[in-house]
Design a protein around this ligand. Structure first.
Ligand SMILES: C[S@@+](CC[C@H](N)C(=O)[O-])C[C@H]1O[C@@H](n2cnc3c(N)ncnc32)[C@H](O)[C@@H]1O
Length: 213
């Protein structure tokens, strides 16, 4: 991870703040997520040959466990120890603990070293300061030649703000000589609203393949 990113992060709220926020978030509930893998990951990675995967902001591990079950070797990163502990316990129950390396990292400070055939960022949003574009640029740098960067975002990041998939991809500034865009789309899905009501929400999906050089 470059010094620039580190410097930008130091100017922000800092590692402690990210950890505290997300720890409180996870400790506040017995379970935050369903444990099921994200549908776009299932759709897109389901047809890929298993290799190495990096799951950024893995939460309670639903995606990492699904990938490991399909034969991937996964590095799964989150800033919350509580989330990682739950993910590791579920991975052990699923019999795939030996295929997942869970790591506590503040992604604003560093990504794990290495290169991966699939780098997945599913809803890597944070309500506190987070240098997301820089993190995703670093994530692109961690994709092996021929590998895939998959980003899935909430299209609505605040009640009054809507984003388009192009707005996720463009700031990454990926050279068209080095990358092929495989998916760039907004997708609707059914979800449960805050009062238990069924709602339709929109996700932005960006899948770009690093061209073998
Ligand atoms: C909206 S949740 C998504 C979780 C999971 N990817 C999913 O789709 O269910 C965002 C996740 O990113 C993690 N996260 C937020 N900021 C982070 C940071 N600076 N470094 C590492 N993980 C972070 C949070 O702890 C949380 O688990």
């Amino acid at each position: 991870m470059g010094d620039e990113l580190h410097a930008e992060h130091r100017e922000g709220r800092g590692d402690v703040e990210a950890e505290r926020f997300w720890e409180d978030h996870y400790r506040g509930r017995e379970r935050v997520w369903s444990g099921r893998p994200n549908p776009v990951l299932v759709d897109i990675a389901g047809s890929l040959r298993p290799g190495t995967a990096l799951d950024l902001g893995c939460g309670e591990g639903g995606d990492a466990i699904w990938l490991a079950r399909r034969g991937w070797r996964v590095t799964a990163v989150d800033v919350s120890t509580t989330a990682l502990d739950r993910a590791a316990a579920d991975a052990a129950t699923a019999g795939v603990a030996d295929r997942i390396d869970f790591r506590r990292h503040d992604l604003a400070v560093a990504l794990p070293p290495g290169a991966f055939d699939l780098v997945s960022a599913q809803y890597l949003h944070s309500p506190i300061e987070f240098p997301r574009v820089r993190v995703l640029q670093k994530a692109a740098g961690a994709v092996t030649p021929g590998g895939l960067l998959l980003i899935v975002d909430h299209a609505s990041v605040s009640p009054s703000s809507w984003a388009y998939p192009e707005e996720t991809l463009a700031p990454l500034d990926l050279s068209p000589d080095g990358w092929r865009t495989e998916r760039l789309e907004a997708r609707e899905r059914e979800a449960t609203g805050p009062n238990g009501q069924r709602v339709t929400v929109t996700d932005n999906v960006v899948a770009v393949r690093s061209l073998a050089r």
